[in-house]
Design a protein around this ligand. Structure first.
Ligand code: ATP
Ligand code: MG
Length: 557
């Protein structure tokens, strides 16, 4: 479906109404990551949605780091997040925002609420506060500190800021309604004392705002018109609006949508961090990780990720998307752009006994039959070539159409050959295969050889073969919903067989490969070069297989 024919989703409907009614002439959205981990495919959905809306309707999208929790946040994460958003193809107009930039203003907002008699300092411990909050069916109890005077609250709050009190000894709370059916309105905490070093404000602050007080107020300060967040914040919305109302600030509108869930995939940063820390994976950018950096290293393209995000759309109800749809989007794009190359992953030498010693022929082969503009490349052919071990059988069954004693195949884009003999090594593995080639079966010319073949196999010229390490990845979890089990932790479902390494050879052109190139290795799948490549051995990650589980399951192919 093209962009134009797609019907509007519910967020686009809201925006179009707001533009039509003249409420806004330009929209401002934001992407507000907490810099406590790398971005994952779920964040990509939010990025594509937020930046996509401001592109479509005119306006801007702010990048705002939600850096209100100094303990878990880190500059490494800030940098990786910016890098990933740029790579996805989006820009936030040069200047990134930080919730910490607003700490002074948030402090003044809090004073304003105190002065209005709408906030108070509570000396209760966190446990006592929890206790007094009640349950959804039982109203809470008012704190004994709830009715402090404005003066006392202003004084205590200032002294909290100045570092006069221990961590956890006091909090600032909004004075709303301890009996509200909405638990978030039962005098929520606005500020807590934390004597912690912050990566940007350093040791200036001894108090830090809670998410609910920082987030909405930051939206208002930046005049965000549509503040899009995931469904779990729906119950926070009355509080979001209460602060806007009482502070008399810019009325950003919070809109919730269903987060992206993918089967076979973990998407919580905390759990992804656990995989990194326990060295289940090599790092946040391990090609098996659902992180943007992992997917980039694996060979996914920004186009494919954006297409995927647009394809799944936005919904108001939680659902689980099949990871095969993501792989389909990747395959779909790579099929258009990937350069075809011949690579043999488990090489066996094939010797053409009747081919002249020392002769080399160069064949022109299409780089990509799907793309006329991709041109051709020259591939050398001579007396000795490598073929795939699995393309030869000593005693092949009837259904096996490739090579065996007395059988013929076509060597892709070259000649037909017939197997005469083979040699085994000491362990009984096939070491060499001896063939006769048929000169008048040359690819692209009239074939008068009279030889019938049932298959074509790929090969690599021995003399100039390029050593290549191939990394094949499988899913990191062997359960559809690794974090959906009550009795078992997600770590229980790790697939310990998710990486397979093979040493093979590629055609001579592989020498010129760069990290930006995308390849299709014939019959093996789509590949991209890894940064661990060395001069002695290039390393290639398999991005996806050629097999299309998604299209098959829908009867498309
Ligand atoms: P996680 O739960 O994975 O740690 P988070 O929501 O705590 O993620 P944030 O850094 O707060 O991570 O998220 C930044 C933005 O990305 C938020 O607006 C959030 O709603 C959005 N987001 C996070 N995960 C998803 C997801 N799975 N699908 C869609 N949007 C998401
Ligand atoms: Mg969060």
């Amino acid at each position: 479906m093209s962009e134009e024919t797609k019907s509007l989703n519910f967020i686009e409907q809201i925006i179009e109404e707001d533009l039509k009614s003249g409420k806004y002439t330009e929209i401002v959205t934001r992407f507000p990551p907490e810099p406590n981990g790398y971005l994952h495919i779920g964040h990509a959905k939010s990025i594509v949605l937020n930046f996509g809306l401001s592109q479509k309707y005119g306006g801007t999208t702010n990048l705002r780091f939600d850096d209100t929790n100094p303990i878990v946040e880190d500059i490494e994460y800030v940098e990786s997040i910016m890098n990933d958003i740029h790579w996805l193809g989006y820009d936030w107009g040069g200047k990134e925002h930080y919730a910490s930039d607003y700490f002074d203003q948030l402090y003044e907002f809090a004073q304003k609420l105190i002065k209005k008699g709408l906030a108070y300092v509570d000396d209760s411990t966190i446990e006592e506060i929890k206790e007094m909050r009640g349950t959804p069916t039982k109203p809470g109890i008012e704190s004994p500190y709830r009715n402090r005077s404005v003066e006392e609250n202003l004084d205590l709050f200032e002294r909290m800021k100045n570092g006069e009190f221990e961590d956890g000894s006091k909090v600032l709370r909004a004075k709303i309604d301890m009996a509200s059916p909405n638990m978030h309105l039962r005098d929520p905490i606005m500020y807590r004392i934390k004597n912690a070093f912050h990566h940007r404000t350093e040791d200036k602050w001894k108090i830090y705002p809670m998410y609910d007080f920082a987030h909405g107020q930051s939206d208002a300060i930046e005049q965000i018109t549509h503040s899009i967040c995931t469904l779990e914040f729906e119950t926070h919305r009355p509080l979001y609006n209460w602060f806007i109302d009482k502070l008399e600030i810019f009325p950003s509108r919070q809109i919730e949508f269903a987060r992206l869930n993918l089967n076979y995939t973990i998407m919580s940063k905390r759990k992804l961090l656990q995989l990194v820390e326990e060295e289940i994976v090599e790092g946040w950018n391990d090609p098996r990780m659902p992180t943007i950096s992992g997917m980039r290293r694996r060979g996914y393209t920004p186009e494919a990720i954006r297409n995927f995000c647009n394809r799944i759309g936005v919904a108001k109800r939680e659902n689980i998307v099949d990871v095969a749809l993501l792989e389909f989007s990747v395959r779909e794009h790579l099929n258009k752009i990937a350069l075809r190359r011949m690579v043999v992953t488990e090489p066996v030498k094939l010797i053409i006994t009747n081919y002249p010693d020392g002769q080399t022929e160069w064949f022109d082969i299409d780089n990509n039959p799907e793309d006329e503009n991709a041109g051709t490349r020259k591939v050398p052919f001579s007396k000795e070539v490598y073929i795939e071990k699995s393309d030869f059988m000593i005693d092949p069954p009837k259904k096996f159409f490739r090579l065996g004693p007395g059988r013929s195949v076509r060597l892709k884009n070259a000649y037909k050959v017939t197997c005469d003999d083979y040699k085994l090594d000491d362990e009984g593995n096939v070491k060499e295969i001896y063939c006769t080639y048929h000169p008048n079966s040359k690819s692209g010319q009239p074939d008068t050889s009279g030889i019938k073949v049932k298959s074509t196999i790929h090969w690599v010229n021995v003399a100039d073969a390029v050593p290549i390490q191939i990394r094949l990845y499988d899913r990191l979890f062997n359960d559809e919903a690794p974090d959906g089990h009550k009795d078992k932790d997600f770590m229980h479902f790790i697939n310990h067989d998710s990486l397979k390494i093979l040493d093979g050879y590629g055609e001579v052109n592989m020498k010129d490969a760069t990290m930006e190139d995308k390849f299709q290795f014939l019959r093996m799948g789509y590949f991209t070069m890894d940064f661990e490549s060395t001069a002695d051995e290039l390393v290639f990650n398999r991005t996806v297989t050629l097999k299309d589980a998604w299209a098959k399951s829908r009867g498309k192919k």
